[in-house]
Design a protein around this ligand. Structure first.
Ligand SMILES: Nc1nc2c(c(=O)[nH]1)N[C@H]1C(S)=C(S)[C@@H](COP(=O)(O)O)O[C@H]1N2
Ligand SMILES: [Mo]
Length: 421
């Protein structure tokens, strides 16, 4: 067993597999995790605010930026995590596998860290395609795993601190010496223990398998050096990021091949997330008797679409910025929510509850703090890109407010109620 483990480590040795590289990639991965966690928390609390929470409404593209960054950093985790696993792969063959209780905890925490990370980025990616091939609720699990991962990250950094500090700054010759040193340690150990005989039996077969599997042993082609490895990881990151970032950041739009939605594709040049048919609102949205009802305390007023159209209209340019990562800037025209709030004499500190025509579904009702209600850019929108709002985009009236997740930009409005003072 002992010999098998040493031989495996020896066979897996490669210039890219060294502590310095683990630190280099680990730093990038750590940054990506922290960015994902921060932007994820922001998105979470926008959707589930604690009662005292208030949010910035400027810049109006804030959520587009924060959520776009969340998705991009998450996507970059795929090549980075694979690279990290590649680098530390020989550590799987430690001997003895468990040296102490602490060592057991360390290895268990790493196993959990790797497993939870893979699950997290995979369900996150599938969510951007609105594909949920699992039985649990995505958002709750993604959020809980975020906390688990950040805890495990702190633990991991704590455990590896000696290696991290030792290899944080090493470059050039020192690093090269180090590699040669690392690559030969396992070999020396094996030779010392068993001489230079070619191993036989299970060990021999394991070595032969590793040698024959280029993904495990790129040193079979000496051309794959440390630099080659870093270049590969860099190109992979640039590719996956570059080919999806266009769904958020307009200048990269032409390169957006992996993003599930394209800018400008959809009714009135804006993608549609949930259609009127899916929400089962087509009939009620197009019904002639539609009114928008506003209430604050005992005051209640209803407005037909014609009445809303005859009120002062404001034009704003704001994005739909979906939690799934795509976003689209558009021109909206409609009535300021603060004007409507004044018509029912709502308190300026009141939060509002928005109810759509949908009979069921998690997006049926949303809430909005006073910072959005009173923002001059927040509209009950009646027009989109110069035309009457399409039913797919929320006709007869929808909410559009600055800096909010798309999921809170309620379509097919029916009721708006002041809920707290
Ligand atoms: N009533 C209602 N409003 C809704 C939704 C919904 O399903 N029902 N989807 C939301 C989501 S997730 C997004 S991203 C935006 C998308 O708006 P669009 O379809 O007009 O682009 O609408 C939001 N408003
Ligand atoms: Mo969304």
């Amino acid at each position: 067993m002992r010999r098998m483990m040493y031989e495996a480590q020896r066979a897996l040795a490669s210039p890219a597999r060294n502590p310095r590289m683990a630190v280099v990639i680990g730093r990038l991965l750590g940054i990506a995790f922290i960015v994902c966690f921060g932007t994820g928390l922001y998105s979470h609390f926008l959707q589930e605010p604690l009662p005292w929470m208030r949010f910035p409404t400027r810049p109006a593209l804030l959520y587009q930026f924060s959520q776009g960054t969340h998705i991009i950093a998450g996507i970059a985790c795929f090549p980075l995590l694979l690279a990290k696993l590649y680098i530390v792969f020989p550590d799987l063959f430690q001997y003895p596998p468990v040296k102490s209780f602490l060592h057991l905890l360390e290895r268990a925490s790493i196993a959990l860290f790797v497993g939870a990370s893979l699950v997290q980025i995979t369900i996150g990616l599938l969510n951007t395609y609105q594909w949920y091939p699992w039985p649990f609720p995505f958002r709750e699990v993604h959020y809980a795993l975020g906390w688990v991962l950040i805890g495990l990250l702190v633990l991991h950094i704590g455990i590896k601190l000696p290696i991290i500090t030792r290899f944080w700054n090493r470059r050039g010759d020192a690093e090269r010496d180090d590699d040669e040193h690392d690559a030969t340690v396992a070999e020396d150990e094996a030779v010392r223990l068993w001489g230079s005989r070619r191993p036989s039996g299970v060990t021999g077969r394991l070595i032969a398998w590793i040698d024959a599997t280029p993904a495990l042993k790129p040193t079979a082609t000496p051309a794959v050096s440390r630099r080659g490895f870093l270049t590969t990881v860099g190109v992979a990151c640039a590719a996956v990021v570059g080919l999806t970032a266009g769904q958020t950041f307009a200048p990269l739009d032409a390169l957006n091949v992996f993003g599930p939605r394209k800018k400008g594709v959809g009714q009135q040049g804006v993608p549609v997330n949930r259609t009127a048919e899916e929400a089962k609102v087509t009939a009620s949205a197009l019904a002639t008797g539609w009114v928008l009802t506003l209430t604050a305390g005992d005051v209640e007023r209803s407005f037909s679409r014609t009445e809303l159209e005859s009120m002062p209209q404001t034009e704003v340019e704001l994005p739909i910025a979906c939690v799934e990562g795509w976003s689209q800037l558009a021109v909206w025209r409609g009535v300021r929510l603060s004007d409507l709030a004044d018509l029912v004499a709502a308190d300026t500190q009141a939060s509002f509850r928005l109810t759509s025509l949908e009979e069921r579904g998690s997006f049926r009702q949303t809430e909005m703090g006073p910072e959005y209600v009173r923002d001059p850019l927040t509209l009950v929108a009646l027009e989109l890109n110069g035309e009457t709002l399409d039913v797919q985009h929320g006709y007869p009236a929808r909410m559009i407010a600055p800096g909010r997740p798309g999921v809170l930009q309620t379509k097919w409005l029916s009721r708006i109620e002041a809920i707290t003072a």
